[in-house]
Write a protein that binds this ligand. Structure first.
Ligand code: FES
Length: 337
């Protein structure tokens, strides 16, 4: 499947912004060098966060006029590493540095059935896919799960557009998504091996779907995800990375990723996706004080539980429930020659 990686940097002007749902902002960008953004694409923005240039990725919800207007939906994350706060502070006329559309979550052609699963703000990666499937006349189901209708962006629009192809699960209405039954339904259908599932949402939901998919022995390539590595098992907190080979320790603030903090400290590390998908930044763990909050979709569940390695771009250390009452920050010791 073709994957387009248009990673040139250009300027983009903010043409519109308004509130889509509680804590979710719609931002329309007009890039200098427009390229139509296909379903599943995102753009990377280079943001100045506390004096450091940081890359953040946002799904393109809508591409209009040959890519002259690209719509993003950005949720203000309570545990923001600074990116969503910055994005919520943008105003019409502001100029940002951005890439062209980058494709890492392409929509396949020719499956008998498609199931799109959005957890919370993950819907931004799936709106354009659902629209494309509707226009193709494909057999598809759009599953929307969220904490509350108030915070679920595009909910009314999607229900109006896709009618009974939409299934809505809302925690505060006690109508919760049952992953086992959703995946079990795929496995039990005559089109089981010709069904593709596309998923974007919190890591825990992705992990649950991955486990159920594997347990039902469904074809692995038919399960596809987009993740921006922004959610974890615990809220982000400050922690320390010890690097015995370099005889150094680096503090990671709650607003920073481990990879960013190491780079800021002048430590050379390898990376590619910076969102927990490719595994290029994987390193060996020598010791942990607290818990590792992995937040990637690269390592298997067994690898995560072994605490033997982590992905620097998204993993964090957290006190979690391991040392309740301890005032010391969590720490992780890495083999980073
Ligand atoms: S850079 Fe791809 S998983 Fe970290």
């Amino acid at each position: 499947m073709a994957v387009n990686t248009q990673t040139w940097w250009q300027k983009g002007r903010v043409a519109e912004c308004d509130e889509l749902a509680e804590g979710v902002r719609r931002i329309v960008l007009c890039p200098d060098r427009p390229v139509h953004a296909a379903p599943g694409t995102h753009v990377d923005l280079r943001l100045d966060l506390d004096g450091h240039a940081r890359k953040r990725s946002y799904s393109v919800v809508r591409s209009e006029d040959g890519g002259r207007r690209l719509t993003l939906g950005v949720q203000l994350a309570p545990t923001s590493r600074g990116g969503s706060r910055h994005m919520h502070g943008l105003e019409v006329g502001d100029v940002v540095e951005m890439t062209g559309p980058v494709q890492s979550f392409p929509l396949g052609v020719g499956a008998d059935r498609y199931v799109l699963v959005a957890g919370g703000i993950g819907i931004t990666a799936l709106v354009a896919m659902a629209e494309t499937l509707r226009r193709r006349g494909a057999d598809y189901t759009l599953v929307l799960a969220g904490r509350s209708r108030r915070v679920m962006a595009y909910l009314d629009h999607l229900v109006d557009t896709h009618g009974d192809r939409v299934r809505v699960f809302v925690d505060d209405e006690d109508v919760r998504l049952d992953v086992e039954s959703l995946v079990g339904e795929v496995a039990g259908s005559p089109a089981a091996t010709r069904t593709e599932m596309y998923m974007c949402g919190p890591i825990r939901l992705m992990d649950a779907i991955r486990r159920a998919w594997a347990a039902h022995d469904l074809p692995e390539p038919n399960l596809r995800f987009e993740t921006f590595g922004s959610s974890g098992a615990w809220a982000a907190e400050d922690f320390v990375v010890h690097l015995p080979q370099l005889d150094r320790s680096v503090h990671v603030s709650r607003d920073s990723s481990m990879l960013d903090a190491l780079e800021d400290a002048g430590v050379e590390v390898m990376w590619d996706c910076r969102k927990g998908e490719c595994g290029i930044c994987q390193v060996k763990v020598l010791d942990v004080s607290g818990r590792i909050d992995h937040r990637d979709v690269f390592l298997s569940q067994q690898q995560k539980e072994a605490y033997a390695s982590l992905c620097l771009c998204v993993a964090r250390a957290a006190r979690g429930d391991s040392e309740s009452g301890s005032a010391d920050p969590a720490a992780v010791t890495l083999h980073l020659p």
